[in-house]
Structures are given as C-alpha cells and as structure tokens.
Design a binder for this molecule. Structure first.
Ligand SMILES: Nc1nc2c(ncn2[C@@H]2O[C@H](COP(=O)(O)OP(=O)(O)OP(=O)(O)O)[C@@H](O)[C@H]2O)c(=O)[nH]1
Length: 294
C-alpha cells in the first residue's frame, strides 16, 4: 500500500505571521519538509524569504489557490512527492485565501497526500484594531485544527482573553496557542491526523484586496524611506519586500500601521503593496517612493 505524505496547511489573515511560522518550522523541525507557497501580488516576496533555507519549494505564483489554482496545486503536490519524497508537505496560502475549497480538494482529489492539519495564524494586534471578523477571516478560523494566537506581545491580557472568546465562538474544537513571533513547539503542529470531513464549498470568494508592486535598481535613502513608511497608513493594509540602503539590504514588513526592517541578504528593492483600494493610490505611493531614491 502506498503511504500518503502528511500535508499541513498554514492559513491566516494578511501579515498575521505565516512566513514567520514557516521560518521557525524550517529552523526547528528535524524532518524533510517540502513547501508550497501561494502569494498574493505579482512579486513573490515570501518565496525569496524562504529560499536558501535548504528546503525544496514550489511557488504557485500570483493568484488564489482557493479559486483558480487548484489544478496547479495538485500538479505541484504530485511533483513534490515524486521528486523529493518529503516526510511532510507544508502549504502556505495567501492571507486572502479561504481554505475550505483547498481542504475539500485535498480530501477528495489528492491521492498521494493526506491532510494532517490546518494551522491558522491570527494577528492579535489586528484583532484589537479591527475587531470585526470578515468572511475570509471567519473561514480561516473555522477551518483550523490549531490556532496560533500570535503577536501576544502587542496586546494586553484582557484583550487576549476577549480574542480567545471570539475565536472559540467560531471554532470550539481548535486548540489555541498563544505565541510571540510564532515561537511554538513545532511537534504540536504536526501529527494531528485530522479526521473532520470537509463538506463541498459554496465558493463565492471575492477577494476585496488589491495589490501592486514596485521595483527599482536605485539605492534608497533610509531616513526618507522611514518617513515614507510612516506616511503609508491610509489605504495600505500590508506591504512587504526588500529595500536596498547604502548600508545594506533589508526585509521591510508593514502590517496594519506597524512596520519593521530586518537586515536581509537579498539584493535590490522590490516591494508589494496590498489594501482594499490600494490601486487608487498607486501613482501617489510610487511618486513618494521615487523621492526616497538617492
Ligand atoms: N511584534 C510582533 N511582530 C510579529 C510577530 N510575529 C510576526 N511579526 C511581524 O509581523 C510581520 C508580518 O509577518 P509575516 O510572517 O510576514 O506575515 P504573513 O502572514 O506571512 O504575511 P502575508 O504572507 O503577507 O499574509 C513581520 O514584520 C513580522 O516580523 C509577533 O509575535 N510580534
């Protein structure tokens, strides 16, 4: 009998910490893992963050794995099993993906893998700033076997208790683990052996988010870029990518008004901007960025 490879889906809203979790898993999980990534936006940033970690990965490209890429997903999974034969496969979906169609597809159509579990990463800070959980967020919470309530360093104990209550009201069977920077014992995430049967999805997924990208070969002035990041508040919910300053290269992350820069070996500047009506501001944002060029 052919043994099916266990597959774990990582989902969760934009900027909640999915890539942070993947980096943590790759640093601490001793088995051979293959990763499949689906990104929102035309420039693949997460793939480049993970690359170089000595891991096999496949990039599903821009688009939504839950809507248009199911065929590509199946092909990529089969190819990984054939060529890499990993102990585990991990799929990181975009922050705007609804996992029900993907879970159903894995259950019904994928003969080489079995769904081990769904891990949903939740941004505690964003849950306080934007308490209304939208349709996509709700689907991501409902699908979870394990919820990482992440960014606990940014909110109070009382706020955490409120968020846990809300998460429980959407999903009372998932275990909720509080984390900072997704630091969790990775053994808790694997070997779940999910048995829940996913009913066919009634998929009406209409992502409300738009995105655009920007690349330049120019070196950016770090002080002007910091001013730019402070000014980004309106319309942009999420931005990420690489920036080149005169003193080196950095990974830039902006989520719900907070941003940080981390030294990162990736040459050049390429950024993605995501927000509900962000394309209306594309010209303005790019002209502000050009002012940062030295
Ligand atoms: N303060 C704080 N920041 C965190 C924590 N976890 C992650 N971050 C930061 O949150 C930002 C977004 O993290 P990512 O891991 O890139 O989020 P993501 O879910 O992969 O983002 P998308 O793929 O764009 O949806 C980064 O700046 C992280 O450093 C945390 O526990 N506390």
């Amino acid at each position: 009998m052919q043994v099916r490879t266990p597959l774990t889906v990582i989902t969760g809203p934009l900027g909640s910490g999915k890539t942070t979790l993947l980096r943590h898993i790759l640093d601490s999980f001793p088995k051979k893992i293959a990763i499949l990534m689906n990104e929102f936006g035309e420039i693949a940033i997460d793939t480049k963050i993970i690359q170089g970690k000595n891991v096999e990965m496949a990039d599903l490209g821009g688009g939504c794995v839950c809507c248009s890429l199911l065929g590509e997903f199946e092909a990529a999974v089969n190819e990984i099993v054939d060529t890499v034969d990993p102990d585990n496969i991990v799929v990181e979906t975009t922050g705007v993906a609804e996992p029900d169609a993907l879970v159903f597809d894995i259950q019904e159509s994928l003969t080489r893998v079995r769904l081990d579990g769904v891990v949903t990463v939740i941004d505690a800070d964003a849950m306080v700033k934007y308490p209304q959980v939208g349709h996509t967020g709700r689907m991501q919470i409902e699908a979870a076997d394990t919820i990482l309530l992440n960014k606990v360093d940014l909110v109070s104990e009382t706020e955490l208790e409120g968020i846990e209550k809300k998460l429980n009201s959407f999903n009372e069977i998932a275990s909720i683990l509080r984390t900072k920077r997704c630091q969790v014992d990775v053994d808790l995430l694997f070997g779940i052996g999910r048995e829940r049967v996913q009913p066919p999805p009634h998929h009406v997924h209409q992502p409300e988010f738009e995105s655009f990208g920007y690349k330049t070969a120019a070196i950016l002035n770090s002080e002007r870029f910091e001013e730019f990041a402070n000014f980004l508040q309106t319309d942009v919910y999420r931005s990420k990518g690489f920036v080149k300053f005169s003193d080196g290269n950095y990974l830039f992350n902006f989520v719900a008004g907070r941003w940080d820069l981390e030294p990162f070996e990736q040459e050049g500047t390429e950024l993605v901007f995501i927000g509900k009506k962000v394309c209306d501001r594309q010209e303005q944002i790019i002209s502000q960025l050009k002012l940062c060029e030295q």
